[in-house]
Design a protein around this ligand. Structure first.
Ligand code: PLP
Length: 856
């Protein structure tokens, strides 16, 4: 077996009889399933109680295990039995066929490669900055639970995202801790000959060799590419040193490594992949390299290869603003793109066009989201509202198409529930829903949770709050000591917060659009709410600002300084260094989770979903996921469900926020019956747990990805590439002919007549050299209230006498909408093509219609 590097040193003079035990422990310690499955905690604790307490990281325990201790453990039958049963359970988990194997046993899906710049799996592997990474980490865990054949690809950063501490003034300081790859729960990936596998990437003037690490997440492997290799020059060793660090150039090279290196890795490992899933546009180069390899293997040109492979690529976009797209200036692209264009055998201008809105504009930067949109067969956003917003920001790629037809669907995000539930919640859910509750469909969960009685739920809430208070005090004590605070101040940490007081959580990236200071809009009013003697409230706050975001740092400071005032010191605490571990403590212990983004800037947001399983309630802007989750039975909403640009709107929402707290939330929480239970509060907890926790789980999300995207996409891809990829060849010709001849299309007369039960449209069209079966003539009307437009295909009716390739098309419509709502149009059509993603040609009818019969 491939031992992690550090363990290997340790092996050098180990007595042979200890080897099997060490291998067994290593095997378990390097499977990150321990980040959510706690069955092994006792085993790790037995090995070294103190280290376990301190790190909760089996890999750290393993690395610090002395030879003597290993020897002792080897002689303890009890320990070995415990370890054996753990191994057995783990193997059982990995070997069973799982939801995917049961429900989709016949599926043609061979493998999905999931690409992401960041992965947030736990604090033991800090390769994430925020929501995007945590989503990716949660996705891998759920893919493992459901046994979906996924392989993930990312980068190994020597420094992950920064750690935050605050100085005495509340000003954020950034600390970059070093990820020593040998102390992370990773294994080196070796080539067949036993040497380290190297993935070569050509950069101007040199070839960079990437080494590869594997992190195991249950059944799923996450491969991490790493340029920190002695074979590379010193600057190149630093390419993967920082997540989102450095300038545009480093970012571009990182994205080249992720995409191009990522696909080369797949080839090197001989993985069978039919789907590349791009978690955000950063990895879009993978589509090019995938096509290039196809090109090489099948001896076709790049464009045919792209036609063949594109339907196998899926692009999930996460940004709600065009400014969030990753772009690179022309010079950079020229510097790195020229060699690659040559390799693809395409003219550099053609390559650059793939990342531009307007291919002719030489100054337009290269946009990774555009490249992704053009080289993937499907595009999706991460909430319903976000797909609408994305339709508007991607509209430029589909000129003349109505916004509502911009081909971006959505799959709303979810969270990996077992990673976020408290031990108390786990117990209750296990009692009522069983151990396998997040391993398949979740229909029965709602009914089971609905049956829970009030006392039980209210007790859960108290247990969780008590834990949070204890953890927050510990954290505060540590953070004050590290800051060098005076002893009295440090000792006061043990008195902050109260396990019986309504607890609000607020934690997120501190950036202007999240409006982290909305609660501080009227500080005195907030102080009154917090310090009410009958019905007090307490708040736990956390969050980092991007190192370059001075405004964000001011917002952090504003909270830190607010919390430091003696009058609220017991009721407000700002906890430093928001990360997965802190997020877990918060979402498990709060009663209310507040989120105040400026609509529609929160693509989905996931932190609020993490409180659901634990009985926490949401008070959130009607944005992202909450816009589709909110009903009055499950929580509270901010805003009016519309976008506002006026500056004074923040005043309106701040007022709304205070009113909700003062008039609804606080009174409801403290309205206790004779037994001490707040009945309407508990009713909301139950409704939120029963209805929302299953719906916003990653379990549901991954199943949706499988059923709505992966399965159909895998079939599309296999069809395209079957039999010498005849379909791809046909489509490529279809596309070229249409583009060449499209300008020849023009309309003749349009006549509309009223018939018995509707309008009859007849339109003449002259197609020039465009073949009639490569297009469709449609009657289109914009949607009214619902979101789906009306789009009726018109029938080919007759040839126009004397005309070459001129036809009459006919279409009938019900009279429910006036005929003036409808416009004929001609669009590119092929049963095997994904239009308008793969071909966006469209030609609208214009002119004056003639009316026949009864004038409508
Ligand atoms: C869940 C999580 C996020 C993402 O939360 P949002 O709702 O998108 O703000 C960010 N950081 C951490 C540490 C998290 O756990």
């Amino acid at each position: 077996m491939k031992m992690p590097r550090l363990v290997m040193h340790y092996l050098q003079d180990l007595p042979a009889e200890l080897l099997p035990l060490l291998e067994q422990i290593t095997d378990l310690a390097t499977d990150l399933r321990w980040t959510w499955s706690h069955a092994g905690d006792e085993v790790w604790k037995t090995m070294d109680p103190q280290l376990w307490e301190q790190s909760e990281n089996p890999f750290v325990v393993l690395q610090n295990l002395s030879r003597e201790r290993l020897d002792e453990l080897n002689r303890s039958t009890q320990f070995k039995q415990h370890l054996d049963s753990l191994t057995k359970a783990r193997n059982g988990y990995c070997d069973c066929c799982g939801w995917f194997g049961e429900v989709h046993a016949e599926a043609k899906l061979k493998g999905v490669a999931y690409f992401s710049m960041e992965f947030g799996l736990g604090k033991a592997l800090p390769l994430y900055a925020g929501g995007l990474g945590i989503l990716a980490g949660d996705y891998l865990k759920a893919a493992s639970d459901l046994a979906v054949p996924v392989t993930a690809i990312g980068l190994l950063y020597q420094e992950g995202y920064f750690r935050q501490i605050l100085d005495g003034n509340g000003w954020q300081q950034e600390i970059y801790s070093y990820n020593d790859s040998s102390s992370l729960p990773l294994r080196p990936v070796l080539a067949h000959n036993g040497a380290w596998l190297h993935i070569p990437i050509e950069l101007p003037g040199r070839t960079v060799r990437l080494q590869v690490w594997e992190a195991r997440v249950g059944r799923v492997s996450l491969y991490l590419l790493d340029s920190n290799n002695l074979l590379n020059s010193a600057p190149d060793r630093g390419i993967t040193s920082k997540l989102y660090g450095g300038g545009k150039e480093i970012r571009l090279v990182q994205e080249i490594i992720l995409g191009i290196g990522g696909w080369r890795l797949i080839e090197a490992l001989e993985l069978e992949i039919d789907i590349c899933h791009l978690n955000e546009g950063h990895a879009a180069f993978v589509a090019l390299e995938r096509a290039r390899c196809f090109q090489e293997k099948r001896q076709v040109d790049f464009w045919e290869a792209l036609w063949a492979t594109r339907p196998g690529n899926i692009f999930t976009t996460h940004t709600p603003v065009a400014a969030g797209f990753d772009t690179f200036p022309r010079e950079l692209l020229a510097k790195y793109g020229l060699i690659y264009a040559k390799k693809l055998g395409v003219a550099p201008e053609e390559l650059v066009k793939l990342g531009r809105r307007n291919g002719q504009d030489d100054n337009e930067p290269f946009n990774m989201a555009y490249l992704a949109a053009r080289s993937c067969g499907r595009i999706n956003g991460v909430s319903h509202l976000h797909s609408k917003v994305s339709q508007s920001i991607f509209q430029d790629l589909y000129p003349h198409w109505p916004e509502c037809e911009v081909p971006i669907s959505y799959i709303t995000n979810g969270v990996h529930v077992p990673s976020w539930d408290s031990p108390w919640a786990d117990e209750i859910w296990t009692q009522s829903c069983g151990k396998n509750r997040w391993l398949g469909t979740e229909e029965m969960l709602t009914a089971a949770i609905n049956k829970l009685d009030d006392a039980k739920l209210w007790t859960l809430c108290g247990q969780e709050r008590t834990d949070l208070v204890r953890q927050a005090r510990q954290r505060l004590r540590l953070q004050l000591s590290q800051r060098g605070a005076e002893k009295e101040i440090i000792d006061e940490a043990d008195q902050i917060l109260d396990p019986n007081v309504l607890t609000i959580g607020f934690a997120r990236r501190f950036t202007a659009y999240k409006r982290p200071n909305l609660l501080l809009h009227d500080p005195n009013r907030l102080i009154r709410i917090l310090t009410d003697t009958q019905r007090p409230v307490q708040i736990v706050v956390a969050g980092k600002a991007h190192p370059a975001d001075i405004e964000g740092k001011r917002l952090v400071q504003q909270w830190a300084q607010f919390a430091a005032q003696p009058i609220v010191r017991k009721r407000v605490v700002f906890l430093e260094d928001y990360d997965i571990a802190l997020a877990q403590e918060l979402v498990q212990g709060v009663d209310v989770w507040i989120n105040t983004p400026r609509r529609p800037w929160e693509a989905s947001g996931t932190s609020g979903m993490k409180v659901l399983v634990n009985g926490g309630l949401n008070l959130s802007e009607l944005d992202g996921w909450w816009a589709e989750a909110y009903t009055p039975e499950v929580g509270w909403a901010l805003g009016d469900g519309k976008e506002h640009t006026e500056a004074s709107w923040d005043d309106v929402e701040a007022e709304q926020l205070y009113q909700l707290l003062e008039q609804e939330i606080v009174p409801m929480f403290y309205d206790r019956d004779a037994t001490g239970i707040p009945r309407s509060w508990v009713a909301r907890m139950r409704a939120s747990m029963a209805h929302l926790a299953p719906r916003f789980s990653n379990n549901r999300m991954v199943r949706e990805y499988v059923e709505k995207l992966y399965l159909p996409v895998a079939i599309n891809f296999q069809q395209r590439t079957a039999q010498g990829s005849v379909i791809a060849k046909k489509l490529r010709l279809w596309d070229e002919q249409l583009r060449r001849n499209w300008h020849q299309i023009h309309w003749g007369n349009l006549t509309i007549s009223e018939e018995k039960d509707g309008w009859a449209f007849e339109v003449q069209i002259y197609l020039g050299e465009v073949l009639p079966d490569s297009i469709q003539i449609q009657l289109y009307a914009d949607p009214l209230d619902s979101e789906t437009p009306i789009c009726e295909t018109m029938r080919h009716y007759a040839s126009i006498p004397g005309a070459l390739n001129g036809y009459l098309y006919r279409g009938n419509l019900p009279t429910t909408r006036p005929y003036t709502d409808f416009t004929p149009r001609c669009v590119a059509y092929h049963p095997d093509a994904c239009t308008p993603i793969e071909n966006n040609l469209i030609h609208w009818w214009s002119g004056t219609a003639m009316l026949h019969g009864n004038s409508p």
